[in-house]
Ligand binder design. Structure first.
Ligand SMILES: *Cc1c(COP(=O)(O)O)cnc(C)c1O
Length: 472
């Protein structure tokens, strides 16, 4: 007979959570002393897993927590570090970590409203609040939480298709008289490529439009492309405007693109996955002026709003489109209650985690003005970084209004060294993490994004000093 299983019980949970809490010591006590970057040979991780985790014998929970925490700490890029100047991955606010623990504890199932009334109404409340920041009418606009920007963009393209071709949900792309076309700038997010594949439109549906000055979509190039496609018998469907490009933090000219979309009767989707954060700042929201004219918007809370992954949001100005796209009649689902939204029948996901709680608690704890301060602080740090770089002899390539700083140095021009190799050496040294990007017409530059609300001027000094030290 097998020995009785010695699993932890709910009575052990406080102790286990204390073990997890101990792991946060690094964040509490010396947030700047640990390494940011991570260099590890996959073979090393695989050897450890093969040796210690063949699952032949049970393992004590406390030792297990300690071991896993060590792996995560040693073998991850620490994107929560104040000196991580990386790819829109924020330091996470403690209240939002606590929120995620609460979600795991109660495990509410949001697929059906009646299974999770509190959670569903909290998300509904939040979606209305964010829709109002966009400038949508909260009484009309619809929205929901997504795993991230990829799913939000996917949802938006489906919404555009269903809005334009009401027969599509039943009869599919085959019923259409031609090839729908999606317009996106060369600096737009490549998640749209996967959306093109996933929707069955295919990559051929994606028209990449050049950018002009400041890496923003060139409206006249867009107009020419639309005219060409119409002449060729294609079906121009939607324009994706990016508000906060990944490489340079640029915002496409939203009012001009809205005017073109209106004139051409195209859907306008604004991908504000990261840049949406600026809408919460009274001094920055003008940068996204025109977003209120969009048909749909992507906005990730897990980027500038400093909550853990994955927390995206998608909004649509036209009521009923999500229902038409995603409705389903599964006999085993609880019935629909009048005046509520059934998430499983109005979004891509079925079983649905309580994504919104970490956003709700992060917002409630800070208040709108508190969030505004965090957003403004990061933008101020971006501005200060530009100043410090220029003072240290670097060339700032792009005066983005948002805190993404692309820069280079005379010594990197035409030499043997490249921004990519330099960024790698800086990351390997471990004190800061930054990357390199390739910008149209400019070529490769260094890129530092202020992505942590805990980044302070001393961290900018460290960044400048580290890059200078590695400069050859
Ligand atoms: C991050 C990002 C995405 C993809 O979002 P995920 O949350 O990573 O799925 C799409 N568009 C833009 C502009 C982004 O910044």
């Amino acid at each position: 007979m097998a020995a009785p299983l010695a699993l932890t019980t709910p009575a052990d949970l406080p102790r286990l959570l204390t073990r997890v809490a101990d792991e946060s010591r690094r964040l509490r006590e010396s947030p700047r002393e640990s390494r940011v970057g991570c260099e590890v040979d996959p073979a090393k991780i695989r050897r450890l897993l093969a040796r210690r985790y063949d699952f032949a014998a049970p393992m004590a929970a406390d030792a297990l927590i300690a071991d896993v925490a060590r792996m995560l700490g040693d073998w991850s890029v620490d994107v929560t570090h104040p000196r991580y100047f990386g790819l829109f991955n924020p330091s996470v606010r403690p209240i939002s970590v606590a929120a995620d623990a609460l979600v795991a504890l109660y495990n509410p199932q949001l697929a059906a409203w009646s299974h999770a009334p509190a959670a569903n109404e909290i998300e509904r409340h939040l979606v209305g609040w964010f829709a109002a920041r966009i400038g949508f009418d909260p009484a009309e606009a619809e929205g929901h939480f997504t795993s991230g920007g990829q799913e939000a963009n996917h949802t938006a393209v489906i919404a555009a298709l269903v809005h334009r071709f009401p027969e599509l949900p039943d009869h599919g792309l085959r019923s259409l008289p031609g090839q729908p076309v999606i317009y996106l700038s060369e600096e737009g997010h490549r998640s749209l490529e996967k959306v093109a594949v996933a929707t069955g439109l295919g990559r051929a549906a994606l028209r990449t439009i050049p950018t002009g000055d400041d890496f923003r979509l060139d409206p006249s190039a867009l107009e020419r492309a639309i005219a060409e496609d119409r002449r060729a018998g294609q079906l121009p469907l939607l324009v994706v405007a990016t508000a906060g490009t990944t490489a340079s933090g640029s915002v496409d000219p939203l009012p001009e693109l809205a005017a073109i979309a209106r004139r051409e009767e195209l859907w306008l989707h604004v991908d504000a996955a990261w840049g949406g954060g600026a809408l919460l700042s009274r001094t920055q929201r003008h940068l996204l002026a025109g977003v209120e004219q969009a048909d749909s918007v992507t906005w990730d809370a897990h980027k500038w709003l400093s909550v853990p992954m994955g927390a995206g949001m998608v909004f649509c100005r036209h009521p009923g489109v999500f229902d038409r796209a995603f409705s389903s009649a599964a006999g085993y689902m609880p019935g629909h209650r009048q005046g509520t939204v059934e998430p499983h029948a109005s979004s891509l996901q079925w079983s649905r985690r309580f994504i919104g709680l970490k956003v709700f608690m992060a917002l409630a704890e800070a208040g709108a003005e508190g969030i505004e301060q965090l957003i403004d602080h990061q933008t101020a740090m971006g501005e200060l970084l530009r100043e410090r770089l220029r003072a240290a002899g670097f060339e700032v390539v792009h005066d983005a209004p948002l805190p993404v700083v692309c820069f280079t140095h005379r010594r990197l021009e035409g030499g043997a060294d490249t921004p990519g190799r330099l960024a790698k050496r800086v990351a390997q040294a471990g004190k800061v993490w930054l990357s390199a990007v390739t910008l149209p017409r400019v070529g490769q530059t260094l890129r530092a994004c202020i992505t942590s609300y805990r980044t302070e001027p001393e961290d900018l000094d460290t960044l400048v000093a580290e890059v200078l030290r590695e400069l050859r």
